[in-house]
Design a protein around this ligand. Structure first.
Ligand SMILES: [Zn+2]
Length: 154
């Protein structure tokens, strides 16, 4: 199970002083950048795409800094595309093995890692595994309103 939080733009995010993955003493700040399209604005002759980019930093230990970096879902997708291209050129029959490894990596990341789902117009939507860390995160950031599947800031 994962818990989803909604953080208002402009509010700095407060993190428990522990590694998000294993609760060890954090030694690094993992960078996570996300761009989302939140709407289209129609003019007479053109459409402007409204999007927002946000970068956040969250605390991790050295080991999970590396793991979180390598296994981020958007990267796994790229690995899959690159493997697909290489394998179709070189005709290696190891693709099933590689894809199993990528799926395992994805499931592992979903179980332990941080995901930014959306940079909305007013809120940043992120999720982390259910547990003590998520509880502490919620109270540090005053996420007290339940709205749909989100625990939101007021
Ligand atoms: Zn860790």
């Amino acid at each position: 199970m994962r818990i989803r939080f909604g953080i208002k733009h402009g509010n700095s995010i407060k993190w428990p002083a522990r590694c998000l993955w294993c609760s060890a003493k954090p030694t690094k700040w993992q960078k996570y950048r996300k761009k989302s399209v939140y709407g289209l604005k129609h003019y007479v002759f053109w459409i402007t795409i409204l999007s927002r980019i946000q970068t956040i930093y969250y605390p991790v230990c050295a080991k999970h800094n590396l793991i979180a970096h390598l296994l981020r879902p958007s990267r796994l997708l790229w690995y899959a595309i690159i493997t697909f291209i290489i394998f179709s050129i070189v005709e290696i029959n190891l693709w099933l093995l590689v894809y199993m490894f990528l799926v395992a990596g994805y499931l592992y990341y979903r179980k332990h890692g941080l995901i930014i789902h959306k940079v909305g117009e007013n809120y940043l939507e992120l999720s982390m595994p259910d547990g003590k860390y998520a509880e502490e995160f919620g109270s540090l950031n005053n996420c007290n309103n339940i709205k749909g599947h989100l625990l939101m800031q007021d």
